[in-house]
Design a protein around this ligand. Structure first.
Ligand code: NAD
Length: 345
């Protein structure tokens, strides 16, 4: 396994690996850039088929965090922690204790928060070992679960996209197909229902889809068909890579706007979306609400007004991306990348 020849290596400032045999904790912490401030991004706890796959995820996601934080205008760089879920049985508390010690050894160059597979209890376990953790439920300036703020930003981004694409104000009567009803997806469904949107939903977890049907009158479809629905907006809120050569030909929505990181299987998918006339809201532009909320906690003095202002900037950031994309006939993902790179230069 090589770091420097990994396709996702982008002159990261630092890549750390830690292992603790007694708890079976093995992780990578990738610090992409600290130019804008200490590197920050959530920790992912996931089953990886190989070390290489976990490293690749850490490298790719940490770079996206640098781009996300720069465009969101928050004083944080980009980093990501990735813990490989052990195949053998393990003690969760011991594992996250070892991970907390690992973060502490990086000495503040990386500040973690929650991502897929990590719970608020895990965050408290990490907190017992290091100061370099945010998105906490308790303590000075604690900002809590970032997910509702992520959902808030996505809703505002959807409004901007609908206004740009079809000249309509608001999301009343708009149909949104949501893939994944987890922390962000479910909150987003509630917000969309409250503003009069129609919902089509899917999740591997049948309890969540049933609940959404009862609460929001959502139509449930299978996880294989959610991308192919007759909807105005397709909203990927599960894992990355859901826009790929298999799903692309079936997408009927004219806007893609969701929470998942790395929604495009690779960069070339952006051009195909442009050619299909689908307006893609770059993932790290529209899903920045959660890290904006975390940034306020990291500053040491939580300020909801500041958070609200920064989340609202997602609208103008998207508008700028859409307009530049239209002018230059360049895919929106490439436009956002070059805007972020310019800021990090
Ligand atoms: P989560 O783990 O709470 O929810 C994910 C949901 O997707 C789960 O309910 C899961 O059952 C479902 N799912 C998994 N595979 C699926 C499939 N193939 N089809 C349908 N559903 C599927 O995660 P979350 O915190 O809601 O985050 C969702 C995505 O948004 C992740 O990619 C995450 O990295 C990204 N994100 C989250 C935040 C945040 O604030 N939580 C911020 C930015 C980005």
């Amino acid at each position: 396994m090589s770091i420097f020849s990994n396709q996702e290596f982008d002159n990261h400032e630092g890549v750390y690996s830690f292992s603790d045999p007694s708890s079976l904790m093995r992780c990578f912490i990738a610090v992409h850039s600290t130019k804008m401030g200490p590197a920050s991004g959530g920790t992912r706890f996931w089953t990886y088929v190989s070390d290489e796959e976990a490293l690749t995820d850490a490298l790719r996601l940490s770079k996206a965090m640098s781009y996300k934080n720069a465009l969101a205008g928050i004083p944080l760089g980009g980093g990501k922690g990735v813990i490989m879920r052990p195949e053998e049985s393990f003690n969760r508390k011991d594992l996250f204790t070892a991970y907390g010690k690992a973060i502490d050894k990086v000495g503040g160059r990386y500040i973690t928060a929650e991502d897929v597979g990590v719970s608020p209890e895990d965050m408290q376990t990490i907190k017992a070992e290091t100061h370099y953790v945010a998105g906490l439920e308790e303590g000075i300036a604690a900002s809590g679960d970032p997910s509702p703020h992520t959902a808030d930003g996505i809703l505002r981004g959807m409004e901007e996209a609908v206004k740009y694409k079809i000249g309509v104000e608001g999301l009343g009567g708009i149909t949104v197909a949501i893939q994944g009803l987890g922390h962000v997806g479910y909150d987003l469904a509630r917000r969309l229902h409250n503003v009069g949107a129609h919902l089509i939903v899917s999740d591997l977890n049948k309890y969540l889809t049933k609940k959404a049907k009862e609460e929001f009158n959502a139509t449930i479809v299978s996880t294989e068909k959610i991308h192919a629905q007759e909807a105005d907006i397709f909203s990927p809120c599960a894992l990355g890579g859901s826009i790929n050569s298999d799903t692309l030909p079936d997408i009927q929505a004219y806007i893609i706007a969701g929470a998942a990181n790395n929604q495009l299987f690779d960069n070339s998918v952006g051009l195909k979306l442009l050619k299909q006339g689908i307006l893609y809201c770059p993932d790290y532009v529209i899903n920045a609400g959660g890290i904006i909320n975390v940034a306020s906690e990291i500053s040491g003095c939580y300020d909801l007004t500041w958070v609200d202002g920064k989340i609202d900037k997602i609208r103008s950031n998207l508008k700028e991306v859409f307009e530049k994309s239209a002018r230059s006939r360049t895919p929106t993902n490439e436009v956002a990348d070059s805007m972020a790179r310019e800021m990090l230069r």
